[in-house]
Design a protein around this ligand. Structure first.
Ligand SMILES: *[C@@H]1O[C@H](CO)[C@@H](O)[C@H](O)[C@H]1NC(C)=O
Ligand SMILES: *[C@@H]1O[C@H](CO)[C@@H](O)[C@H](O)[C@H]1NC(C)=O
Length: 478
């Protein structure tokens, strides 16, 4: 858990680290034998405690940042892509996409390209210890697309105290434990998260909402099942691309014999689970986090992931504002002792297990790991069964020139799409989802704002769990 928080903290720090006015063109140029000055990986990576203290203050800021993103008007389809516009007026120049001669070297593998570039020395050094990654980058039987953090990206990670690791020989000394060096599996996962199967040109990425990577976490089914995806937000007219809210695509389309290379300005950290993400953004989700805990459903989300119980899932997470819109009476009731079983039914209606719906891909348990993103037509309708007796929520996804609109149950907007997690995806909804009245097809079209307690009870009554002692026990576990 601590690890996950640190990882997220680093991600969060990425929200607010002022971006250097970095050149939009970072050519992968060949350089001579001047590798001597390459700093070791450990010199560039902080130890965990330093990282934590360096970013603690920034977490708060970044949450505010996310909050402000969430609070923007999402009434139009233009919300997407504007979310990263506010802090970078000075370096919003579009890359000269389409006007440059082919870059890279089609006779060299991706591995050779990054070994020879003077902008990727740190990444090149890092992968040396990971044969699996080296092989993928040298493999000419398959094409890959590498998102390579530039040497500057390493500098965005706060430095640790010099002298803790005198030289590379120390690296094998495990006495320091996790506090000083990320475990090898973590670094391997981190590296895999930068590598995408297949060819993804800058142009292709501009029209993507999410992209698959070589990382296959247990929570999504493990190896040969569903890949961990990256969230892409693009501003098509400016050719600007941001991954997972914080990493900017700097320069791209370097051609290699076995794929393409794009440079990014920050590390892409493998995301934690759904429940952790909800907990880490209290400015947006504290009410939902409380609801998950009071009902014991948070345990269900966490305990079952990656086990036989569940493989991926879609969590419709209402913002604090969404809860507030239910009105004070409904909230007082739901969060009271006698409202608890109603709250549980309500929260269940926001949880879909085993089916992971991104705006441009859909993972289902029986689909052999083949990702389903070909049906990314302009319009798609999916009904997802929730934990509430499989009562479905309906989802309509519309795509138009790179903009996406997702609407749940006919009128609830997804205000932030595709929050990738290692056990599914979070779709942030602008209203709490309330199951429609039974025997009333149009029930879900009524306005749920300031809903009366009687109405709320009536809608949830058919789904209440019967055993009376269950909730007491649930409390004991918290
Ligand atoms: C990799 O991509 C290139 C360029 O599109 C293509 O010619 C080649 O056949 C691909 N290689 C493999 C192994 O798919
Ligand atoms: C989800 O899938 C797992 C593994 O296939 C299965 O054991 C479990 O019953 C499923 N859960 C639901 C709620 O369908």
């Amino acid at each position: 858990m601590r690890q996950a928080i640190l990882l997220f903290a680093a991600t969060a720090a990425g929200f607010v680290t002022p971006r250097a006015a970095e050149s939009q063109q970072v050519p992968i140029v060949h350089k001579g034998a001047a590798q001597g000055a390459v700093q070791s990986w450990w010199d560039a990576l902080p130890d965990a405690s330093d990282l934590l203290s360096a970013v603690e203050g920034r977490i708060t800021e970044s949450v505010h940042r996310v909050d402000s993103i969430l609070r923007r008007p999402f009434g139009s389809d233009h919300s997407e892509g504007e979310e990263d516009n506010d802090d970078d007026d000075e370096h919003s120049h579009p890359p000269h996409h389409g006007h440059h001669p082919p870059r890279g070297d089609p006779d060299k593998t991706i591995y050779e390209l990054i070994k020879e570039s003077k902008h990727t020395t740190k990444f090149a050094k890092l992968i040396e210890d990971y044969d699996e990654i080296k092989q993928l980058l040298q493999d000419t039987k398959h094409n890959h697309t590498l998102l390579v953090p530039t040497d500057r990206a390493f500098r965005r990670i706060p430095r640790h105290h010099k002298g803790k690791h005198g030289h590379d020989g120390d690296d094998n000394n495990d006495d320091d434990g996790d506090d000083h060096k990320p475990p090898k599996e973590f670094v391997l996962a981190l590296l895999k998260y930068h590598l995408l199967p297949g060819l993804h040109s800058w142009r292709d990425i501009l029209s993507a909402q999410t992209l698959p990577t070589e990382l296959q976490p247990a929570g999504l089914g493990g190896s040969d099942k569903h890949p961990q995806r990256l969230r892409v937000s693009a501003t098509p007219l400016l050719h600007r691309v941001t991954f997972n809210f914080h990493a900017r695509l700097l320069a791209g389309d370097f051609v290699a014999k076995n794929g393409l290379v794009h440079a990014v300005d920050a590390f892409l950290l493998p995301p934690p689970g759904q429940a952790t993400l909800v907990r880490l953004l209290p400015g947006t989700f504290s009410t939902f986090a409380l609801a998950l805990e009071r009902t014991g459903l948070v345990d269900e989300l966490e305990a079952s992931k990656g086990g036989s119980d569940r493989v991926g899932g879609t969590l419709f997470a209402p913002t604090n504002h969404a809860w507030a819109m239910l009105g004070p009476r409904a909230n007082a009731f739901l969060f009271s002792e006698w409202g608890r079983k109603y709250l549980k039914a309500l929260v269940k209606y926001h949880i879909v297990v085993n089916e992971t719906l991104y705006s441009d891909a859909f993972y289902r348990p029986d689909d052999d790991g083949e990702e389903d993103d070909e049906g990314v037509a302009d319009y798609r309708h999916v009904d997802l069964p929730t934990l509430l007796d499989d009562k479905p929520v309906s989802v309509d996804i519309k795509t138009w020139r790179g903009f996406v609109s997702i609407v749940v149950n006919g009128f609830v907007r997804v205000v932030v799409r595709d929050g990738v997690a290692n056990d599914g995806v979070i779709q942030v909804v602008g209203k709490v989802l309330i199951p429609p009245r039974q025997h009333d097809g149009d029930g879900h079209h009524v306005n749920d704002e300031d809903i009366s307690v009687e109405e709320l009870k009536g809608r949830l009554e058919p789904y209440l769990e019967t055993e009376s002692g269950a909730y007491q026990e649930g409390m004991g576990d918290l």
